[in-house]
Design a protein around this ligand. Structure first.
Ligand SMILES: *Cc1c(COP(=O)(O)O)cnc(C)c1O
Length: 368
């Protein structure tokens, strides 16, 4: 059996005809930038998330950068960022002119709330949380800290489309929140795309201006922005796929529950823990595995592709490692995890037989 890490064809084939109809309409109207398609998606996405504003942008990294700009974060400021996440989180902070301060993770793979206060300085302006792999962070506890230190809360929901915390969607808790619609994400475009959501009118207006050259009405440039627009064709793709996301997340949960019940007795791996107040969207199914690389290679040899998210915490990347060498002790948990993390295949349309084959091969590797 051959099992890829992700298979976009299975979900795309379901929506292909609907999307082609929408794209044809856009082509015939030459409505490629902005217009009804983008407006429509923004309204539907905000409604479904139960937030006031959605601003479509060109990708998830731009969404983070623009959010920081809208909050007025820049030169001389610090933003607390998880150490184990995609590089874009730190990159966006740097691009805005501020400095990332890296925080260790807890056993749920999310930012460790108990370690936040140690990282504060008078320059700290915001906490950027990432609902990693699809599970919400400890929102209530983080909000208490944000209030105490007067910090903004930025949620990166790039891996948490319609994940829930206490029955509310990720993206509705922070001052501002961002999404990536990179094709492999739970809600994926057919190219690059992203969005910002917020309940704050002022931030929403700033983001709208920023993504389109600071232009408030034709040729009336009121601020320095950039071109970070969401294009009409990607918006049309997302609008169609939005109707299917709940079902796709349900399928991911079903696959996850098979992994959990089949691998529960395996002492050589640690399964992902889900907090009872959370609805996990399982963008990734990440285990901690003994002999990780041997297991990965073995699975590959029997036709199963896996991933590692992420092989190195950001502060250990070449660009940061000298700067962060003296703070390694603070990052104990994420460094030890980075040697064991392994992402198993999980995608809508993956069959029960395929999931069972993966679990069987893992057990075979550990000779159970
Ligand atoms: C995918 C991702 C991004 C970046 O999104 P792009 O659309 O690729 O720019 C940012 N943060 C996290 C946590 C991601 O997973």
């Amino acid at each position: 059996m051959k099992i890829s890490f992700n298979n976009l064809n299975l979900s795309n084939s379901i929506v292909e005809n609907e999307i082609l109809t929408e794209i044809l309409k856009i082509i015939r109207e030459s409505a490629f930038i902005g217009g009804e398609s983008v407006d429509d998606f923004e309204i539907k996405f905000a409604e479904k998330l139960r937030v006031k504003h959605c601003i479509g942008v060109s990708n998830g990294t731009a969404a983070l950068w623009i959010s920081l700009k809208a909050l007025g974060i820049g030169e001389g400021d610090e933003v607390i960022v998880p150490a184990n996440t995609f590089f874009a989180c730190a990159e966006a902070v740097e691009t805005a002119g501020a400095k990332p301060v890296f925080c260790d993770n807890d056993e749920y793979f999310n930012i460790d709330v108990t370690k936040l206060e140690n990282l504060m300085s008078e320059r700290t302006k915001a906490i950027m949380v990432v609902h990693l792999y699809g599970q919400a962070c400890d929102i209530d506890e983080i909000k208490v800290i944000c209030k105490k230190y007067n910090l903004f809360l930025i949620e990166d929901c790039s891996q948490a489309h319609f994940s829930k915390y206490k029955n509310e969607y990720c993206g509705s808790f922070g001052d501002i929140a961002t999404f990536s619609f990179y094709p492999g994400k739970n809600l994926g475009a057919m190219g690059d795309a992203g969005a910002i959501v917020t309940n704050n009118d002022d931030y929403a207006e700033k983001c709208r201006l920023f993504r389109n050259h600071g232009e408030a009405g034709k040729s009336n440039h009121v601020m320095i922005g950039f071109n970070c627009r969401l294009d009409a064709i990607q918006a049309a793709v997302l609008k169609v796929k939005l109707k299917y996301i709940d079902e796709w997340n349900r399928q991911r949960n079903e696959i996850a529950s098979i992994y959990v019940s089949e691998l529960g007795s395996c002492d050589n791996i640690v399964l992902p823990k889900v907090k009872s107040k959370n609805y996990h969207s399982f963008h990734l199914f990440v285990i901690l595995a003994e002999k990780r690389y041997e297991l990965k290679n073995f699975l590959q040899s029997v036709g199963i592709s896996t991933g590692i998210h992420y092989p190195l915490p950001i502060p250990l990347m070449p660009i940061y490692k000298d700067l962060w060498a003296e703070h390694i002790e603070r990052l104990r948990m994420c460094i030890s995890y980075s040697e064991k993390l392994l992402s198993l295949p999980i995608f809508p349309g993956m069959t029960k037989e395929e999931v069972m084959y993966v679990t069987k091969m893992i057990k075979q590797f550990y000779e159970l």
